[in-house]
Design a protein around this ligand. Structure first.
Ligand code: 6PG
Length: 265
């Protein structure tokens, strides 16, 4: 399933444990950022930012901890990377359900990432619709693209829910039918709260999408996503000019036999 000569494209990498999964994910993010850094340097654009959107939930927490520790801490170009939220639950930032709280605990409070390089959903605003509108404004300022176009993140780290959702885009949800919005509000998931999320077209406009799946409860969803079940939002991330990589631990990949060019690491 590899596309355009990229050995990673569209492939499923199976890691022997949750810890190995987190290490592989940190290595993949580092690899993408380093490659982008080199491309920008070759193009004389050393000052340009590298744009990375990060998911919440529990699976990526260990990845973020590893990325904020050595050897990545000293090597990662923190001053050149802008971090964004893929989605947020509409709860205060100190709430245990807050994705921003998880990001702060596992990455932003540990790594030398300047606060000015973190673009987050402000859940202190009047409501999720306002939150979505203001977050989209911030993204449009960061990505000045023509009207009707979508921002091209250099990397987006996504999770997969048991129901095949990703970001806060849920099966059958109106948010999956978004038109040219970059950010919308949505309802669903666990915890069942209102959310603000990047839309499908934005996720599909990325240069690199990395999916993480851990645990047996994700096995059916991962199999169905790799089979291209279009009822599942996670299956509908198909970058026209980008690449998708799936990283899963053994239990999550237990039903994915022969799917996605499976490679055991
Ligand atoms: C969220 C996430 C969501 C997550 C999946 C998987 O806010 O909940 O962004 O899309 O990635 O639900 O969650 P876990 O990693 O906790 O299984």
């Amino acid at each position: 399933m590899s596309r355009g000569g990229d050995p990673f494209a569209g492939r499923l990498f199976v890691l022997s444990s949750g810890e190995e999964l987190a290490r592989a994910a940190a290595g993949r993010l580092w690899g993408i950022v380093r490659e982008r850094d080199a491309v920008l340097a070759r193009g004389g654009k050393q000052a340009s930012f590298i744009h990375v959107a990060l998911s919440g939930g529990e699976t990526p927490r260990r990845t973020y901890e590893i990325l904020s520790a050595e050897p990545y801490r000293a090597r990662f170009p923190w001053d050149r990377v802008r971090f964004y939220q893929v989605d947020e639950r509409w709860v205060p930032p100190e709430d245990p359900r807050s994705n921003l709280r998880m990001l702060r605990e596992s990455l932003l409070s540990r790594a030398p990432a300047a606060g000015s390089n973190v673009c987050f959903v402000d859940t202190g605003l009047s409501g999720p619709m306002e939150g979505a509108r203001r977050y989209e404004e911030a993204l449009r300022a960061a990505f000045p693209v023509p009207p009707g176009s979508f921002p091209r993140f250099d990397a987006i780290l996504l999770g997969i829910g048991k129901d095949g959702h990703t970001a806060s885009l849920f099966p059958g949800g109106p948010e999956t039918a978004a038109g040219d919005e970059w950010v919308v509000a949505s309802e669903g998931g666990e915890p069942r709260v209102t959310r603000v999320t990047l839309t499908l077209p934005v996720l599909s406009a990325a240069a690199q999408v990395v999916f993480l799946a851990s645990g047996a409860e994700k096995a059916k969803a991962l199999r169905d996503v790799l089979s291209g079940d279009q009822a599942l939002p996670a299956s509908r991330i198909s970058p026209a000019k980008g690449k998708v990589t799936f990283l899963a631990d053994l239990p999550a990949a237990s039903l994915a036999h022969g799917k996605g060019g499976r490679e055991r690491r």
